[in-house]
Design a protein around this ligand. Sequence first.
Ligand code: NIG
Ligand code: FE
Length: 391
Amino acid sequence: MRVLVTDISELVTNDPEADDLLGVCHDAAFIAEDGIVAWVGPASEAAAQPVDQVVRARGRAVIPGFVDSHSHPLFAGDRSEEFAARMAGSEYSAGGIRSTVEATRRASDQELEDNLTRLIAQAEHSGTTTLEIKSGYGLTVDDELRQLDIAVRYSPETTLMAAHVVPPEYAEDPDGYVDLIIDRLIPAAAERGVRWIDVFCERGAFTEEQTDRLLTAGAQAGLLPRLHANQLTAGGALKLAAAHGAASADHATFASDEDLAALAAAGTVATLLPSIEFSTRQPYPDARRYFAAGVTVAIASDCNPGSGFSSSLPFCIAIAVRDMHFTVEQALWAATAGGAAALRRTDIGRLTPGARADFAVLDAPGYRYLAYRPGVQQIAQVYRAGSLIAA
Ligand code: NIG
Ligand code: FE
C-alpha cells in the first residue's frame, strides 16, 4: 500500500542531515509504503510516482506526530478541587498522589481502561502519535501489575513507576517497599515486556540511595532507566540519572550548571514539562541554559491528574516558547525528535525514509502557528503508520 501525501506548504522532516534544525521542505510531498516513509521530495516530482492513495494537505503544513515521552494516564478519581485550591494560593505537594492511589485501587480494570482510552484519543486529536505510559497509582503488587497489563496493550513505551510515592502501608518501612518493588515487581514487569523503570527521586518520595538500588535492579532485569529528577528541589537526582546512563531525566526544573554538564556528558535527555510549571505555578526553567550546556532537550506533557492535566503538546510548545525561551523551532523539535531521543527511538519523531509515517496535517500554513495561535485547535488530521487515527 503506497500513500502519497502532497500539496504540503511546509514539511517538517527533522532530517538530522539537513542544514536547519527542522529539515523544513517547501512545496513538498512524501510517500509512505506500508506505513513507512519511502520517499520525500518536491511535490512536482510526486505526480510521476505510482500510488494507491493520495492525501492532499491543500497548502497546509505537515509535521511529524508528537512523541509524548512522559505521561501518567492510568488512574481513576478527580483532583480538580486540588487544582482550584492551588490556583487560589495553596502550594503543590506530591501528597495528592495518595488520593489518586485510593481511587485507582477502588476502580475496576474496565474503568481504568476506559479512562486511558479516552485520554489517548484526546492526545491523538492533539497530534500525539506515540505516548509513553507509566504505572504508579496502584502501589501494591496487584494494582501495579494490572496497570501494566493494560498499558502494554496500548503502547510499547510502558514504564514501571511503582516508586512514585511510598504507599501508606509502608509508611514506617519505606525500604521494605523498595524491596517489594525489587523482589516482586521488577521481575514481573520485565516478564510482561515493560520497557522502562522510573523513580520519583525527590524529598518526600524516594531517596537517592533507594533510587540507585531500584535503577540497578531494574537494569539487571532489562528495564531501562529514566527518572523524575529535581522537580521540587535541587537535589542530586539529575547527576544520578546521568550516572546510570538514563535515557531521560524529566522535570529537571532545578538544574545547576554541574547537573547540565553531567547530562550532556552522559547523553541523558532533559525532558522539560511546561504544563507542570504552568499548573503548579513553579518557576519555569530557562531552556537557553540547557541548550548552551549541550544537553538534548525534549518536551513532554506529563499528563497526570495532579501536577498538570494537559495532554496537549501544542499547548506545551506555546508555553515553552513564551515562557521558557525555546525558539519555535527548538520547541517543535523537542516535542517530536526530542521525545523520540528520550525514548531512544530513531524510527519516530521524523519524516525521513525508513521512519514510521506518523504525521499531523496542520490547519495552518506553517509550523510557527503552533506557538503563534495558542489554544486554537490547529491539528486537522493525524496519521500513524500512514493510517488516519484522528480528524
Ligand atoms: O510527574 N512527580 C511526581 N509525579 C507526577 C505528579 C503526580 C500527581 O500529582 O499525581 C508528576 O508531576
Ligand atoms: Fe511525571
